[in-house]
Each structure stands twice: as structure tokens, then as C-alpha cells.
Design a protein around this ligand. Structure first.
Ligand SMILES: C[S@@+](CC[C@H](N)C(=O)[O-])C[C@H]1O[C@@H](n2cnc3c(N)ncnc32)[C@H](O)[C@@H]1O
Ligand code: SF4
Length: 374
């Protein structure tokens, strides 16, 4: 079983916080898509069939017309034994949404939409340099909820100048449409982004950490009341609507990433990633070469990754799994390190699994770092 990921590296405009790989120079988009199909063929033997999920991320894959996707699906059904009932997600930007576009996606086989709303406040959207307005976000949400039963909404909290009340209002707005899945991320200032420069120059004042924590805690409270399960730090799903794609990543299952900047994992220790440069990617693929780099993860790296993803998810960190996979030394180390966090009620044992208490959830990444093997 594995996941197949397509990274479509084009956007209409650069959001000021984003450091995902994308380009706003779309002239070569057709050539690049062709190169992605060639890469898929060149790496066919790396896919561990059957496919369990298919995911189109970016960048902005909602710039792709449905007929292009249909041609790909026909290839996947014919030559990769893909079943049409697996989870097939496409990330959609609100400014690309029309009823016709969404219906087109549905008719060619997309069965899950991930809609990048981010916020319903124009002040936030402007600060982010999003293409769309809050009105467009609302329209997109309305159409998506009518046309798709399986959809997810992306929101960003902890925005500069935002209040708890505004964040509550954003959550109320999305809840009104009964989404089966939500992803909510704290605004991260990524290096070398416009936001990073603005913050360094003092042009934008970030929300203090306590303000971000307050918004996260409100998110936990409201999603719980709304029947969501917080199955990963930033992800909330109704029962039966956890993302299969996300869960496979977090459970260390194999995935193949196609396109510039896309990462792949063999499910054991080998990670590969494509060059994050569109022209160089096209050039290499057209010459029949794979512009890939790879690294073999050490036992220590794999332990640390397992601890990080385990603590962030509802599954926790299983000491038995650590003993079987990484050895007794690592299991003992985990138990010793974790012991320091029981008296302050940040961590607890649920059977053989180490988990973060509700009150310490916001501190998850720091707690995981404390358990790392260094
Ligand atoms: C790579 S984006 C692609 C989705 C789509 N292009 C869009 O913008 O709607 C996936 C999600 O990551 C989140 N994201 C990206 N950069 C972030 C940052 N610096 N801080 C917080 N969230 C971020 C946003 O919520 C975004 O919807
Ligand atoms: S957030 Fe989405 S639309 Fe904005 S630059 Fe990043 S990938 Fe493109």
C-alpha cells in the first residue's frame, strides 16, 4: 500500500508567509506537467501498489483543468491498477472555485477537496497577500460544502493583530458548513519569506505567544464540542474522515512524490526529494534523468521522527514499538526522559503509549524535542 503525491508548483501570486516550492512564472506549466507524467513512468517500480490515496498539493493544483486530471486518472486506472474509490484529494484555492470547476473535478474522480480559506478577515488576507477576498472564501466554502461530502478546510490562526474573538468568529463561520475535516495551523514565520523580512524590519508585529496559545486552546475546545477528533496537533476530523494521506505519512508508510520539490519515502529508511527548481526539473526529466537527492535515515533519526509524529498524533509513542524497531536502549532512554514530565502533568502513559496531556498540548513540539536522542 502506498500514497502517490503530485506537487503542482505554480501559484498566481506569492503569499507572504509561504515557503513551499512554487513559481508564479506559469509559461512552462504544460511542459512541466508533461515532465511530471514522464517522472511517474520513470519511477513506476518505486510505487508499492495498490495505491491507498492520491493527493494533489502545491503550489496551486486548482490551476489544473479537470480534463488534464482525467487523462492522468485513466493512465492510473489502466497501468497502475488504481481503484476509483481510494481517497483522491486536490488542494483548491478559493479564487479558483466556481460551481463548474468543482463539478468538473467531481466528475473526473476527485472525491476530497482541501480548501485553503485561511481567514475570513480581509485584513488577514491582505497581510498574507492572498489572491482572494473574504467574500470569495465564503462563496468557495458554500460551493464546496454543497458539492462534496468529503472536504477539509485550512485555516491559519495566531495572525498579527488578530483577537480571540475574531478567531472564534472564523471558527463559527466554518462550523456553520459542517466540514468533516479541518486543518488549522499557527502562522509560522519561515526564513526568507516576505513576512520574515517584514517582521525583522519591524513593519509587522507578531502576536505574542500567549495570544497564539489562547487561539489554539479555543480551537481545541470548539472542535471537541463540534464532534471533531484532534487526531494530529493541527488536524481535526469527524469519525471516518481522518485523511488517509496524512495518516500514512505519520505512520511511516511509503509514498512517492512526483514533481519539483516533492519528497518520497520507501517506508523503511530511504528518503528522496526532487530538485526545487522548475526549469532544472524539466531539463533533467526531458533528458531521461531523475533530479533526485536521497538520504538514508539513521536509527537515531528514525527514532526522533517517530517520537515527534507519535506525540503529535492521538496514537502516541509506543514503547513496545520502539523496543522492537530501534532496540532496548532507545526504549529505556524514552522512559528515562519522559519521567521528568510526569510530575508537571505534561505527559502520561496510556497503556504502553506515551501521550501529551490535554493541558500541555500546545507544548507538544518542545516536549517531543526533550525526548529526542542526541
Ligand atoms: C502549501 S499550502 C497549499 C494550499 C493552497 N495553495 C492554498 O494556499 O490554499 C497548504 C497549507 O499550508 C498552510 N501554510 C503554509 N505556509 C504556512 C505558514 N508559514 N504558517 C502557517 N500555515 C501555513 C496554509 O494553511 C495552506 O493552506
Ligand atoms: S500558500 Fe498556497 S497559494 Fe499561497 S504561495 Fe503557498 S502554495 Fe501558493
Amino acid at each position: 500500500m502506498s500514497n502517490l503525491y503530485f506537487h503542482y508548483p505554480f501559484c498566481k501570486q506569492a503569499c507572504h508567509y509561504c515557503n513551499f516550492h512554487f513559481s508564479t512564472k506559469t509559461q512552462e506549466s504544460e511542459r512541466l506537467w508533461k515532465a511530471m507524467l514522464t517522472e511517474l513512468k520513470l519511477r513506476k517500480q518505486e510505487l508499492q501498489l495498490p495505491l491507498e490515496s492520491l493527493y494533489f498539493g502545491g503550489g496551486s493544483p486548482s490551476l489544473l483543468p479537470p480534463n488534464i486530471l482525467e487523462a492522468l486518472f485513466n493512465l492510473l486506472y489502466k497501468e497502475y491498477n488504481m481503484r476509483s474509490d481510494i481517497e483522491i484529494t486536490l488542494e483548491v484555492n478559493p479564487d479558483d472555485v466556481t460551481k463548474d470547476y468543482l463539478s468538473g473535478l467531481k466528475s473526473v474522480g476527485i472525491n476530497r477537496i482541501s480548501l485553503g480559506l485561511q481567514s475570513f478577515y480581509d485584513r488577514d488576507l491582505k497581510l498574507m497577500n492572498r489572491v482572494h477576498s473574504s467574500d470569495q472564501a465564503l462563496k468557495a466554502l458554500e460551493f464546496t460544502s454543497v458539492l462534496f461530502s468529503n472536504f477539509s478546510l485550512d485555516l491559519i490562526y495566531g495572525m498579527p493583530y488578530s483577537t480571540l474573538l475574531e478567531w472564534e468568529q472564523n471558527l463559527n463561520t466554518v462550523m456553520h458548513y459542517y466540514p468533516p475535516h479541518l486543518s488549522a495551523y499557527a502562522l509560522m514565520v519561515e526564513e526568507a519569506t516576505v513576512l520574515d523580512r517584514q517582521v525583522k524590519k519591524g513593519e509587522i508585529l507578531l502576536l505574542p505567544e500567549e495570544g497564539v496559545q489562547e487561539q489554539y486552546e479555543l480551537l481545541l475546545e470548539k472542535t471537541e464540542k463540534g464532534g471533531f477528533i484532534n487526531y494530529e496537533f493541527s488536524n481535526f476530523g469527524k469519525p471516518n474522515y481522518f485523511s488517509i494521506n496524512n495518516q500514512n505519512y505519520w505512520q511511516g508508510n511509503p509514498y512517492l512524490g512526483i514533481g519539483p520539490g516533492a519528497h518520497s519515502y520507501d517506508g523503511h529508511a530511504l528518503r528522496k526529494w526532487n530538485i526545487s527548481n522548475n526549469p532544472l526539473y524539466i531539463k533533467a526529466i526531458e533528458a531521461g534523468e531523475l533530479p533526485l537527492k536521497e538520504e538514508k535515515l539513521s536509527t537515531k533519526d528514525r527514532y526522533n521522527e517517530y517520537v515527534m509524529t507519535g506525540l503529535r498524533t492521538i496514537y502516541g509513542v509506543s514503547v513496545a514499538h520502539i523496543k522492537n524497531t530501534f532496540g532496548t536502549r532507545y526504549a529505556q532512554y524514552l522512559e528515562e526522559q519522559a519521567a521528568r514530565h510526569f510530575s508537571d502533568h505534561n505527559l502520561y502513559w496510556d497503556g504502553d503509549c506515551l501521550k501529551v496531556t490535554k493541558k500541555a498540548k500546545f507544548l507538544t513540539d518542545g516536549l517531543a524535542a526533550d525526548l529526542f536522542f542526541i
